[in-house]
Design a binder for this molecule. Structure first.
Ligand code: DC
Length: 335
């Protein structure tokens, strides 16, 4: 079950304006969410105390939204709050992400829906950032940008061309020719290398390690950071990486830095590998994670480091749900 939120305002407290606003709001919610009537469990409406001439639930019924329980209530009068406002919450039987709709003056109630919302989640490998970022993006109905996938795609091209990662000119030549794009399919990121979907192929241990090395070159980072900033400017998204809060989006309002004990991180990565059918002994996974951390933390350009204004979250003894709810609470406090 999901809850869709929405709100609108009326110009005057009169039945015609209330009917128009409620119809416009519900029509927009249904069309933007491609919502079917049989998915709706109930519709709850509330209106500010300065709306007295007509029940919003009656307006909903008249607009054809009548097959499910409808409920209307009046909110207490609160000084300084938006006037002549009608709010709605629709409970729906669906699991995919929903879109909240705010119209007219009510747009100002949700800054996140009217301007792009970016959330930066940095941290070392295995800190839980990709799982957490994916869930947060899902819950907020925004995109998840896995920036590591871009560096991995470059590393994959180097593997395919049998390039020596230590030879700067060779890597520069590859990066000059490379075309990396990200696309989305049912909300999931698809990483395209020269037009080919390489989302699965970039997950091998060999590519992981090589990505850490090639990402240290400044010309690699310049090209990828430009792409990341471009996406973040256009779309609300959760970005996970190593330098999002420090370098890609230094002015981002929401920054988190996830950490975890080395052994815990290696255990998580080992379990992920097993699930993917990658057979690599635990000690080797641990060694690789430590090597990658060392390299990511000590490179000259945009190293892995927490931004001074990032909230640090040690996930060693936390469940994914606990990390998600901590971050969502922090974000929702401000939006
Ligand atoms: O998050 P990941 O494990 O998929 O990232 C792979 C490598 O890419 C990582 O070891 C360092 C590099 N990377 C980076 O330098 N900056 C980022 N924003 C993301 C990843």
């Amino acid at each position: 079950m999901k809850a869709i939120r929405g709100a609108t305002t009326v110009a005057k407290d009169c039945p015609e304006d209330i009917r128009d606003s409620v119809r416009e709001l519900l029509d927009a919610i249904f069309s933007e969410n491609s919502l079917r009537l049989d998915e709706v469990v109930c519709i709850m409406l509330s209106s500010t105390a300065d709306i007295t001439s007509f029940y919003p639930a009656k307006a909903a019924r008249e607009a054809g939204y009548a097959r499910f329980p409808l409920y209307s209530s009046t909110e207490p009068s609160i000084e300084g709050s938006l006037s002549r406002c009608i709010r709605v919450m629709i409970l729906v039987e669906r699991s995919k992400a929903v879109k909240h709709i705010y119209l007219r003056e009510a747009k100002m109630l949700r800054k996140d829906l009217t301007k792009t919302l970016n959330i930066a989640i940095d941290g070392p490998a295995g800190s839980g950032k990709s799982t957490v970022s994916r869930i947060i993006a899902e819950r907020l109905g925004i995109l998840y940008l896995d920036t590591g996938a871009m560096y991995r795609a470059i590393a994959l091209k180097c593997v395919r061309e049998n390039a020596d990662y230590a030879d700067k000119d060779v890597i520069k030549n590859i990066v000059d020719r490379i075309d990396i794009k990200v696309d989305y399919c049912n909300g999931a990121q698809v990483t395209l290398l020269d037009g080919e979907d390489v989302s699965a192929e970039i997950r091998t241990p060999q590519v992981s390690l090589l990505a850490s090395y090639v990402s240290a070159y400044s010309f690699v980072r310049t090209k990828m950071v430009e792409l990341q900033r471009d996406i973040a400017a256009k779309f609300s998204c959760v970005l996970d990486g190593r330098d999002i809060g420090t370098n890609v989006l230094p002015d981002c309002e929401f920054k988190f830095f996830l950490t975890a004990d080395n052994k815990v991180r290696a255990k998580r990565r080992h379990a992920e590998n097993v699930a993917k059918g990658i057979d690599q002994p635990f000690d080797e996974v641990l060694k690789e994670i430590e090597e990658r951390d060392f390299h990511d933390r000590n490179r000259a350009v945009a190293p892995l480091k927490q931004a001074s204004d990032a909230q640090v979250v040690d996930t060693s003894d936390m469940t994914i749900d606990e990390v998600v709810s901590l971050i969502l609470t922090k974000v929702e406090e401000k939006i």
